[in-house]
Design a protein around this ligand. Structure first.
Ligand code: SF4
Length: 251
């Protein structure tokens, strides 16, 4: 088998060959694979430490073949800061959902970015709190119905969805901030490249790198997987445009 074929057909070494708990059509699995492929390609799996957040991705430690620290809700960037400052030679990343990063952990993510911590943050935006039953998140789209916005999000009373990649790009300490999606083969390819670059930035000591991944949550959206996947392009991307919002890595 050629190296290219091996990359397509063999599971990444950084991922364990175990069944996951994710719902059918959930795109966390795709993003997990892209992260694992980046660690493999950069050859950093043995010295990588993940920081798991609270949410549907909490079982990161069961799926990745790396050391993982579990952080309290929203605090993954603070925990990762401590880990990285003690272990400068390690590659440290957080993997967080939107309820965790953009609501409960707003303070932690903004200050970690502003300090220019040498971390990589993978942020999965599926416009809802997944694990706790589909409540409105800061990223919930206008008029989107959730369990806590049954008539649809009203921006006049609930505020506007937060564009985290743009927000963090505005901070001096951020070196790389992008938004990608995993709803099509082309987008998955681009997402993989962005995630790899975010980790490479850390390997090269370029500072804080952030990748927002638009992702489907069929269960809490009340949609079959195909429809949920289509919603990413039809409704999410128009509000959360894909692209690079800051790149001063020089890579
Ligand atoms: S609730 Fe949503 S985000 Fe969580 S595992 Fe199921 S589909 Fe994925």
């Amino acid at each position: 088998m050629t190296e290219a074929m091996e990359q397509v057909f063999c599971p990444p070494r950084a991922l364990k060959d175990v069944p996951t708990h994710f719902c059918p059509g959930c795109q966390h699995g795709t993003t997990h694979r892209l992260v694992a492929e980046a660690l493999d390609l950069l050859g950093v799996q043995p010295r990588t430490i993940g920081v798991a957040s609270v949410g549907c991705s909490v079982f990161l430690y069961d799926y990745f073949d790396i050391d993982v620290v579990e952080a309290p809700h929203g605090r993954a960037p603070a925990v990762a800061t401590g880990v990285k400052r003690v272990h400068r030679d390690k590659i440290v990343f957080t993997y967080q959902g939107d309820g965790d990063l953009a609501a409960i952990g707003t303070s932690e993510i903004i200050h970690a970015a502003n300090r220019g911590e040498g971390l990589t943050v993978i942020f999965v935006n599926n416009t809802t709190y997944g694990m706790t039953g589909g409540q409105m998140a800061p990223t919930t789209l206008p008029q989107q119905k959730t369990t806590t916005s049954p008539y649809g999000r009203n921006v006049l009373s609930d505020g506007h969805p937060i564009r985290m990649a743009e927000l963090l790009a505005a901070l001096e300490g951020t070196s790389y901030s992008v938004r990608v999606a995993v709803d099509s083969p082309r987008h998955i390819l681009l997402a993989g490249q962005a995630i790899q670059k975010a980790f490479e930035a850390q390997v090269q000591g370029k500072g804080f790198s952030f990748v927002e991944v638009l992702s489907a949550c069929p269960t809490n959206w009340g949609m079959p997987p195909l429809k949920a996947n289509e919603r990413v392009a039809a409704e999410m991307i128009p509000y959360f445009p894909l692209g690079t919002f800051k790149d001063v890595t020089g890579l």
